[in-house]
Design a protein around this ligand. Sequence first.
Ligand SMILES: CC(C)(COP(=O)(O)OP(=O)(O)OC[C@H]1O[C@@H](n2cnc3c(N)ncnc32)[C@H](O)[C@@H]1OP(=O)(O)O)[C@@H](O)C(=O)NCCC(=O)NCCS
Length: 279
Amino acid sequence: MLRMSKSEVRWAVNIAKWKPCGVDWAKALSLIQENEQERICRFTFKRDAKASLVGRLMLHKLIRETLKIPNEVIHFERTEKGKPFLPKLALPFHFNVSHQGAYTVVAASSSTELLGVDVMRIDVERFEEEAKLQDFFYTMRRQFTGREWTNIRNGDRKEQLKNFYRHWCLKESYVKAVGVGIGMNLLSLDFNVSQPLTGIVTSTLLEINGKLEDSWKFEEQLLDEEHCVCVALKSGNSVPQPFQLVQLDDLLLPCTELPSHNQWAADFEAKEEEPQIWR
Ligand SMILES: CC(C)(COP(=O)(O)OP(=O)(O)OC[C@H]1O[C@@H](n2cnc3c(N)ncnc32)[C@H](O)[C@@H]1OP(=O)(O)O)[C@@H](O)C(=O)NCCC(=O)NCCS
């Protein structure tokens, strides 16, 4: 029978400084299951491939350490909408991944019915001009309720952006917990934020179509000044956790070189880091 050594996990890996050479990339890639290797190799840009691979490596570490399953037999499946899960698991264990900006994060819990996580970069540089911020808010006007916009538009430009991404994380963490994807009507979700984002905030409430959803809890926090993260949890008695910074080396395992490595190494080295437009 599977036993769990640690049932609550909040991990973050800062991938901004990870610049693997082709060979190191290929070794890391060989630690995950084959269909995911192929998916990750299809990314155009290194940035996206690295973020997704680190998410996978974090999930492997999570399952190795909590469920004591050897790396080579860990095999995830995805729901129709793309949410990864571990099949044939007799015990309740929920996990989710998110990657954005400098971070890839994983949250997991054995004491909840559903779990979703979302990390967002508070992109201040992109909105240095007030007009750009207002245009952005205008294009997003249908994603947030009147109450949410009042809370978002509270404070100076920097504060408003922080409020915006905080609300975005709240919505996405819920959407990811239920696993339906971003296609859902985000206006039906109405978050009532009552505390500033310092430490771990758990007081935010969710109403759906005017009804308080008191079985849901939201753990909001900042990873640093530029990144906010939220974990959505349904029911259960999980204790709020700070995110722990995990080093990339802690995700890797010793491995022997395979013939496929040469191709993976060359393909990776040929990719651009990120789209020109963001430079
Ligand atoms: C899920 C979704 C909201 C993720 O949004 P995002 O902000 O781009 O991405 P994040 O970085 O927060 O999360 C990505 C991770 O969430 C997980 N994920 C993917 N689909 C998910 C879903 N439906 N629910 C929860 N988690 C999901 C994956 O681990 C993914 O990382 P990976 O692809 O590298 O393994 C978005 O991809 C979406 O709307 N998907 C649904 C698509 C859909 O409806 N497809 C139907 C078939 S056409």
